[in-house]
Design a protein. Structure first.
Length: 181
């Protein structure tokens, strides 16, 4: 009879298994190790996300209940359960950012990238990727940078006092950068 670990292993590629095993071994016994394991494994994935079979494998190999792994992945906004674009743009939807125009930034960006109506939405949480895989647009509840509102994160760089023109320049720069590669 197959075990949970063997079933999970059969769904995860050998190269990924080896990487995950090394990450788990490197975190052995450290407090908060699950966060670090998940972050490293997600960063290693070419589409920067955590597929279901990977989460099952991590739970089995790290001897952590799958429910605990899922609760961490679904609680923290930095974890992705769907493939991400080559570039990620996150727009803060916190109160300060909202009152200073983040909704308009989001609507303009979604329109510029032709993402209108094609996104997953749960209240104000949005995650949408362009069909070509170049961009993922996400919202977050708060970056904790309220004095800089509205705040936008582009590929892990924080930009404060963002406006539509500056955001469009950032997206155009990403497009030019990708074209030159």
């Amino acid at each position: 009879m197959p075990t949970l670990a063997s079933e999970a292993a059969s769904k995860v590629e050998k190269v990924d298994q080896d990487f995950i095993d090394r990450v788990i071994a490197g975190q052995n016994g450290r407090p908060g190790s699950l966060l670090s394991i998940l972050e490293q494994v997600q960063d290693h994935h070419p589409n920067r996300y955590l597929p279901e079979e990977t989460l099952e494998y991590i739970a089995a190999r790290a001897n952590i209940p799958l429910s605990q792994v899922y609760s961490v992945v679904t609680f923290y906004a930095l974890f992705n359960q769907e493939p991400q674009g080559q570039n990620t743009i996150c727009i803060c939807r916190g109160t300060a950012c909202h009152t200073r125009g983040s909704r308009n930034l989001l609507e303009r960006l979604m329109a510029d990238l032709n993402l209108d109506g094609s996104h997953e939405e749960s209240a104000d949480k949005i995650a949408a990727s362009t069909p070509d895989g170049k961009y993922t647009v996400r919202t977050v509840a708060c970056f904790g940078q309220c004095a800089l509102a509205p705040v936008v994160e582009v590929n892990h760089s924080i930009y404060g006092h963002m406006n539509e023109r500056a955001l469009r320049r950032e997206v155009e720069a990403l497009t030019k950068e990708r074209a030159s590669q």
